[in-house]
Design a binder for this molecule. Structure first.
Ligand SMILES: *Cc1c(COP(=O)(O)O)cnc(C)c1O
Length: 435
């Protein structure tokens, strides 16, 4: 059990003892009035590694100097450039390299994976997902159901949080899967809920889905680079993620997919095809028939966006240097400290009821985000924090009208510090005191 103190000296000491602290210097930190911002928005857009421009400029230079010959340059030829990011991506999500492809963008990838993993029949056509899922995921599932001739109202089972809670109980998910039984085609959840920060048990949900003959897929938008994932070991069927949140690839950059080994080795599994999914041994012979390469690459359609991938390499270099184990360890400490500091500030002001941390907290199963639901004055406090140089994320009150909105804060272990957390606490105190 760690003992924390809400003090500058404690934050300084913790930063000194943090073996990953130096990595912060490898990032560009946005400034506010001549000081570093408290950037707690890496769950929305990760910061830019200083090496990003080096990697991207290299490809621009090669293009300028080599033109089309760049496809076959030594070591970083564009023909196989996607292979340069594969292994690091696989390490981040806990997969075998053949199970991972860096390609497209998140919603596009969800659709491509649903082509393979949502093939409903008259009797087995239901999808279980969370109510209040990220809109893009809902649109994807609804349009897929309609595309197959089903009414989304009937086909999609959206699980609500249990009575009086902001969270979906794990027992409810497992029960719903069992209840759907033979009718269930697919279970798809966000691995970390984008709004509440709740982390689900991937393994249990996957097992339950398989038990009734359904597939299990996860949206890792808020999980990739945030949790210690073991997709292969958990036997997850498929997953997709974006790389601009915790993976620091830059705005709108190329995303990624995971498809379990047993599916990538099955050439009969239907998928949409394009030339970049064809076996590279015959790709340029321009064969008449598509022959999928027996890796996740076969879901690729087009040739790779080199500049986006170059940017990603700069971030993956840092992930490899830190390793997910050390990052998750620091993440737990940093987020525990943040929780402590927030509670200490509220207690010292006699305002413990002002904020409810809706993110469930267990060290074994924790992302770095905390969602703070304000009883009153949420927007006023958020604006005051912004004026002081805190960059966080504001969400209007939910449809049930609970509280006065939510501030999501995410201290990211790659570049945030214990001093960031301490400073956040001081700013929070200054924002709440005048109320
Ligand atoms: C960020 C996010 C998205 C964004 O989708 P894009 O296709 O990358 O624009 C989708 N789903 C979830 C759960 C997200 O958090």
């Amino acid at each position: 059990m760690l003992t924390f103190e809400n003090s500058k000296s404690f934050a300084d000491k913790s930063d000194l003892e943090d073996e990953l602290a130096y990595i912060r210097n490898r990032f560009n930190i946005p400034q506010h009035d001549g000081s570093d911002t408290v950037y707690f928005c890496g769950n929305s857009l990760g910061l830019q590694p200083k090496n990003t421009s080096v990697y991207v400029n290299q490809e621009l230079t090669d293009w300028a100097q080599l033109g089309v010959e760049g496809h076959f340059k030594k070591d970083t030829g564009w023909f196989a450039y996607h292979e340069l990011v594969r292994d690091a991506a696989a390490r981040i999500v806990g997969a075998k390299p053949i199970e991972v492809a860096v390609m497209n963008h998140l919603t596009v990838n969800l659709h491509l994976l649903l082509v393979s993993f949502y093939r409903p029949t008259k009797d087995r056509y239901k999808i279980i997902c969370e109510a209040g899922a990220f809109p893009s995921d809902r649109y994807a599932l609804q349009s897929q159901a309609r595309f197959h001739g089903f009414d989304p109202e009937d086909a999609i089972v959206e699980l609500e949080p249990s009575e009086g809670s902001d969270l979906i109980a794990e027992e409810d998910i497992l029960q719903a899967i069992e209840d759907c039984g033979d009718e269930l085609a697919l279970v798809m959840f966000g691995g970390v809920h984008y709004f509440t920060g709740q982390v689900l048990d991937f393994k249990k949900i996957t097992e339950a889905a398989h038990e009734v003959g359904a597939y299990a897929g996860f949206d890792l938008a808020h999980a990739a680079g945030n949790l210690k994932l073991e997709l292969h070991q958990w036997n997850v069927d498929f997953a997709a993620w974006c790389s601009y949140k915790y993976l620091n690839g830059g705005p709108g950059t190329v995303g990624g997919i995971y498809v379990n080994e047993r599916h990538v080795k099955n050439p009969h599994l239907p998928r949409f095809a394009g030339w970049w999914g064809n076996d590279p041994a015959t790709r340029f012979k321009m064969p008449h028939q598509f022959t999928p390469v027996l890796t996740a690459d076969s879901w690729q359609l087009s040739n790779a966006p080199i500049l986006e991938m170059a940017a990603l390499r700069a971030s993956f270099e840092l992930f490899d240097e830190a390793g997910m184990d050390r990052l998750v360890k620091k993440s737990n400490a940093l987020t525990s400290y943040l929780k402590f500091v927030i509670e200490d500030v509220l207690t010292s002001l006699g305002k413990s009821d002002l904020v409810k941390i809706i993110t469930p907290f267990t060290e074994q199963k924790q992302g770095c985000q905390l969602s703070l639901q304000f009883e009153t004055d949420g927007k006023t406090i958020f604006d005051a924090l912004t004026n002081k140089g805190v960059i966080a994320d504001w969400r209007e009150p939910d449809q049930e009208g609970r509280g006065s909105g939510v501030i999501r804060v995410a201290p990211v272990p790659l570049y945030n510090s214990f001093n960031d957390v301490y400073r956040f606490g001081q700013f929070l105190k200054e924002a709440i005191s005048p109320l």
